[in-house]
Ligand binder design. Sequence first.
Ligand SMILES: [Zn+2]
Length: 666
Amino acid sequence: MQFIPFSPLIDIGFWSQLSRNKIEIYKLDDAERSLLVKTKINPYPEKTSQLYLDIYSFQDDITINKSGPFEVYSKISFQNYNTIEAYQEFDHLDYAQKAFQKMIESFSKDEKPNLFPARMSIFADLKKYLFYFKLIVPQLQIENIQNVLQKNLTDYLGEQNQKFQQQLSLIIQQQQNEVCNNSFVIVNKESFQFVPFKEYQQNKQEVIFIYFDSFNQSQLNSQFNNFIAYLITNNSFKEYINNIKIIVIKDALTINKNQFQLKNSIYIELNLSESKIIQQNGQYKAFNIEGYLQEKKIDLKSFMDEQSLAKEAVDLNIKLMKWRLLPELDLEKVQAQKVLLIGAGTLGCQLARNLIGWGIRKITFVDYGRISYSNPVRQSLYDFEDSTKGGRPKAEVAAEKLKKIFPDIDSEGYQLQIPMPGHFVTESQVQSTLDSFLKLSELVSTHDAVFLLTDSRESRWLPTVLSNAYGKMCFSVALGFDSFLIIRHGISLKKYNPEIHGERLACYFCNDISSPGNSMKDRTLDQQCTVTRPGLSFLASAYSSELFVSLVHSPLLDGTPASDNPEQLQQTDLGILPHFLRGQLSDFDIRLFYGRAFKNCVACSQQILDAMEKNPQSFLLETLNRPDVLQDISGITEELTLNKQEIHEIQDIDGDDDCSVLQIIS
Ligand SMILES: [Zn+2]
């Protein structure tokens, strides 16, 4: 008798499910687990008997009720190692010996013998999409099997063909959805009716074994050896051992005209009275063990398109943080954030890059400017080409470049002039100003977080008001020459509840007692541009993205209280949640600050919110043409008259650039 080894036929779905399990479930746990594998008759001539692994191999049970070809399911053990060294160290020969021993011991008692004690060892190099594996299917070798008789099955059955077919059909229905780890059943010799093992033991009757082979040629699959070992070891079969009758099904059992095609199937009678399990030097001799020990390598890169590879790789990089360092990281929550960046300059470009590093998938840019010759060296999403021929619009290019870096991102850019207090609107500009206002309102309302990254104070005013009106998280990031400031704005008054949120935190404008005005008037060139040390925007954007991700981890989000005592600051798994951060490059210092919301704030007070909601368009146009109106509405004018004495020390900072805010705070 000749035998043919098993060889794995692994679907790509298996590897991608393994990757997902490794990242999301197993992580660093490399315990031994089980895999569900199947064998079935392949109608095409092959050199091996195939063992199928696919996406369903990770399930515990067969959940899909299959009809058609007969499939035999087995549970095998598998181990997915953390390191290639641990994977290589596993002693497969030793495993095979132990498996043989366990299998033979079980033969004398087990009703359902496990003839398939296979094991798969895997090392998955997920960064490179390389999978190394060894599959070992321990099969014994038997000597002295005497083949007494062999016939084509249909010849043997003759007139009993119909009866056999009916019973076979019933057996398949019964056995189809069981995990058997063996591929034989016992039937009555005359009726072909299924005989449970216990019934056979109690009432010894003449039986035939039906063995479902997974190989359609004349050789048998190698599991047949273990089957023979079972027959000669289990005492129940002793009285028939010199004439064991076996029907070997070797056809893919599809029913055609209510008949199984059985042209390759055979009937054999074996005399096993002299048969023995082969041993050498006290070790069981394994069939084809060399073949199973061969390491196989799968390179999945060639099967995946580059875009999904990039997506998987980015996800993996982030998820790795969860394994050891931050198991509490809520990546789904972070990645679901839709972020609106007002300003696509040094800060906007770099912040966007940090956010995609965190896996954020929705980033929208708003910027009115075009890319100038000086921009590409500092603004990390642009190159020289973008600055030529008058320069391309920043917002649009920034969105385009993000997609080039990471195609899976949903990124858009809008070239939009933000209406600003003190930037007078002429009659002819009214419509376009209102259009911009409506677009900006829509953008704020459809995002979760707004970052104010522009280089003038007045351009931050309307987005601050809108964030407050729509209840969105809002951050201001501002740069001086060698200092930066990051503020997370206090929660919107629409959501604010003092009992939950404590004292409401200040916004970017809460420290001001004047309205933002046109800061570009009467400025020299160096005053008009933000002149900063080149490393500053990278530092500031890095701190702001990390503050944002920390805040997302706080259940109260932007309603998370703060304190002027750093030890009393709220904590998430990522650390403390300060209110202001002020960094100073000259002494490499970062300090934390805290400020309460100002009840007469020109941007975030109830009065401004009410005015905006009552008649947004006329409130806006009035503010743009006469910024002082903000002081009147917010109640500052009144406060000033009442408390002139108290606040005269605070300087009017109207017209100053971002650094003025720093001075006020310090
Ligand atoms: Zn405010």
